[in-house]
Design a protein around this ligand. Structure first.
Ligand SMILES: *Cc1c(COP(=O)(O)O)cnc(C)c1O
Length: 400
């Protein structure tokens, strides 16, 4: 510290370091709705980077529900849910979601990030343990960090390693009071699935709790898009907390947890993010309810999502791309070095295709990739155009 230097100089210096290391985010401006094609930075592009898997963000029933509720209830809820903003629409959404998830109860939050950050640190404290997959989402990592519990990591999806960690945990002195295994359902960088049945079996054997973050599985997996718990035929007796978000396939915004009635009551009383932050606007709650209705009554979107995903995946593999271990509409095109991934993203952008290059430090230095996210609303023609762009770029860069 020096009294002669402005105290915030380091911010500019640190930012410059990010620029020098090519680690800055420069979001592109979206100039209209998130659709299968979008206007971005003044150009028409095929969108392959959105979480809007079913196109529900522009579904007329969802949009009209938001408008009608906004007209009736206003733009905001006026308060935190905990104080004076718990509208009937929020309560209805909680009940509606629980029914959809086939859980005894659900609680909705403002975002998925806030659900993880609010609830996880309340599930375990001193004398307890979280066991976490090494590739879990940042909001899980932060939630665990905020807690006072111990943390152990197991190798990605590696059930032998999980069993090893569990054995180690059992030997801990003093004995842990509560142990939770916590995992993403669909891993957002690879599009692969957590082996949830095996995880639940290991947890059962050791009396541990299971927490799954199904942000990318809802609307995508399971009966009518109910998510990963339904996909594996499990119940909330096996998976004690099923967490998710309305910001991805549901097309709106909001986080949620589902499980026992006790879980809901406890979460509501203890999650600081729920207690101390404003309720989502009534229009949002109504739009989320409408999105659940659409999932239950219009299965065609889920069907065309998987048709599109299978179509694109087969074409990408035919071209010779390494598509990693994907099991979902998240399809990585492995590129190796960060600069190759960036070059491929830039190349296809020039051809009117928008994708996200996933580079270090989001993934290991030699595991950079393009992340393709398919939607139900893409036409075969659009997918073919994208494939043609990847073919040309992949050949140029020596990837295929
Ligand atoms: C997107 C995401 C979240 C955060 O959800 P939001 O509702 O957008 O805050 C949490 N976990 C995972 C795995 C995600 O992909």
């Amino acid at each position: 510290m020096s009294p002669n230097r402005p105290p915030t100089n380091y911010l500019g210096e640190e930012y410059q370091r990010l620029v020098d290391e090519h680690l800055t985010w420069e979001p592109k401006e979206l100039q209209g709705p998130s659709g299968p094609t979008c206007k971005m930075e003044g150009r028409e592009v095929i969108m392959l980077a959105a979480n809007n898997y079913l196109g529900l963000s522009t579904h007329p029933k969802v949009v009209e529900a938001m408008i009608a509720a906004t007209r009736k209830y206003g733009a905001g809820a006026g308060s935190d849910r905990s104080i004076a903003g718990d509208m009937d629409l929020h309560e209805e959404l909680d009940r509606r979601l629980a029914k959809f998830k086939r859980a005894p109860a659900s609680l909705t939050y403002q975002t998925g990030f806030m659900a993880n950050e609010g609830l996880i640190p309340q599930l375990a404290g001193r004398g307890d343990l979280f066991i976490s997959d090494e590739l879990n989402h940042g909001s899980i990592i932060d939630g665990i960090r905020i807690s006072h519990a111990d943390r152990m990591i197991y190798r990605h999806k590696d059930m032998e390693d999980l069993a090893r960690v569990m054995d180690e945990a059992e030997k801990h002195d003093p004995t842990y009071n509560h142990i939770w295994i916590i995992t993403d359902g669909v891993f957002s960088m690879d599009g692969d699935l957590a082996p949830l049945s095996e995880i639940a079996a290991i947890a059962r054997e050791h009396g541990a709790g299971v927490y799954v973050d199904d942000a990318h599985g809802e609307g995508v997996l399971g009966e009518n898009g109910r998510g990963i718990v339904s996909h594996f035929g499990l119940t909330h007796e096996d998976v004690h907390v099923e967490m998710g978000t309305f910001s991805k396939a549901f097309g709106v915004i909001g986080g949620h947890v589902s499980g026992s009635e006790a879980l809901r009551k406890y979460a509501l009383n203890k999650s600081r993010s729920w207690l101390l932050s404003g309720a989502v606007p009534p229009g949002v709650a109504a739009a989320c309810i409408a999105a659940i209705d659409v999932l239950e009554t219009e299965p065609q979107w889920l069907e065309s999502l998987w048709n599109n995903r299978n179509y694109f995946l087969a074409k990408a593999q035919d071209l010779g791309f390494d598509t990693g271990s994907t099991e979902t509409p998240i399809i990585p095109l492995m590129c190796g070095e960060s600069k190759t991934a960036k070059a491929l993203a830039d190349f296809v952008w020039g051809k009117g295709v928008y994708v996200l290059p996933i580079v270090y430090p989001m993934v290991a230095r030699d595991k950079a990739r393009i992340r393709v996210q398919i939607s139900a609303r893409h036409t075969k023609d659009q997918l073919d155009q994208a494939i043609a762009a990847f073919k040309e770029g992949g050949e140029k860069l020596g990837l295929i």
